[in-house]
Design a protein around this ligand. Structure first.
Ligand code: CP
Ligand code: NVA
Length: 307
């Protein structure tokens, strides 16, 4: 775990397979109380240019539980919102903070921030990736099935930031990943190739436009909104093309008997997932949301101290 001290997490692919498994081990120990690391007096800055409930609150609570503090540096209340260059903001915040979590649009923006700041930079969601989410998702999968071996995850919907990090995370964790999207909404081919490379033959990486083939016998069905933040104007027009990718009871019937249903939230019930499946016996969505706290606490502890 020492290897993560002082490191950035800009992409899921910044972790090795061993580091990912160790982070999940630590998250499980934090959750069951067998480890209680402390990072007293450390300050996490939250530089968010998009809305957030789970990421903002779970990072804040994680930092308080570690004995540290947070500063909410919403772009609207800092000079970031008035266009101060990222390179300047990064060099200044570097002098005050111990770690920063950034939620923004362009991946290039957090890469630029990280290039100018010496402190660790965590991707709290960009248009390209959402690695912190996937730490919680894999933790949820692992606690349901006892390990991550011989499991298949199926993601239906938009080939977006969550899909990208999920592909990379599953590849690193040795979980088979099948992603089914409508034509025109496939995940970025560069990320697909990266996932295939990272899997090193441990697990399969499949991209298809056939949702039923994707969920056949799968251990986890995962979806996200069909239009992400910044794409709201396309939300209505996308619905007909995305409808066959909805997670509903007939899709769940094709999966493994013990399959779990995951959603990063927030959800649009009746669009990417039905109300019944979201609230049904196979849903682990609320545990998944809780696991954001444990997974990010593990990440912060590993970045800020020796654990
Ligand atoms: N899943 C997730 O990142 O939720 P928030 O947008 O509420 O942080
Ligand atoms: N893909 C979604 C995830 C929200 C947590 C978005 O970017 O809006």
């Amino acid at each position: 775990m020492d290897s993560l001290k002082g490191r950035d997490l800009l992409s899921m692919a910044d972790l090795t397979s061993t580091e990912l498994h160790e982070l999940l081990d630590l998250a499980a120990q934090l959750k069951n109380g067998t480890k209680q690391p402390k990072c007293p007096n450390k300050v996490l800055g939250l530089v968010f240019s998009k809305a957030s409930t789970r990421t903002r609150v779970s990072f804040s609570v994680a930092m308080y539980q570690l004995g540290g503090q947070i500063l909410d540096l919403n772009a609207g209340v800092t000079q970031v919102g008035r266009g101060e260059p990222t390179s300047d903001t990064a060099r200044v915040l570097d002098r005050y903070l111990d770690v920063v979590a950034i939620r923004t649009f362009q991946q290039a923006e957090i890469e630029e921030f990280a290039a100018y700041a010496n402190i660790p930079v965590i991707n709290a969601l960009t248009d390209l990736e959402h690695p912190c989410q996937i730490l919680a998702d894999l933790l949820t999968l692992r606690e349901t099935f006892g390990s991550l071996e011989n499991l298949t995850m199926s993601y239906l919907g938009d080939g977006n930031n969550v899909a990208h990090s999920l592909m990379l995370g599953c590849a690193l964790a040795g979980v088979n990943i099948r992603v089914a999207t409508p034509n025109g909404y496939a995940p970025d081919q560069t990320v697909v190739n990266q996932a295939i490379d990272l899997s090193q033959g441990r697990s399969a990486v499949i991209v298809t436009d056939d949702p039923k083939a994707a969920v056949q016998g799968s251990h986890a069905l995962y979806t996200d909104v069909w239009a992400s933040m910044g794409e709201e104007s396309e939300a209505q027009s996308r619905i007909p093309q995305f409808q066959p990718y909805q997670i509903n009871q007939s899709m769940l019937d094709l999966a493994h008997d013990q399959a779990i249903v995951l959603h990063c939230l927030p959800a649009h019930r009746g669009e990417e997932i039905t109300h019944d499946v979201m609230e049904g016996a196979h849903s682990r969505i609320w545990d998944q949301a809780e696991n954001r706290l444990h997974a990010q606490k593990a990440l912060l502890a590993a970045i800020l101290s020796e654990v």
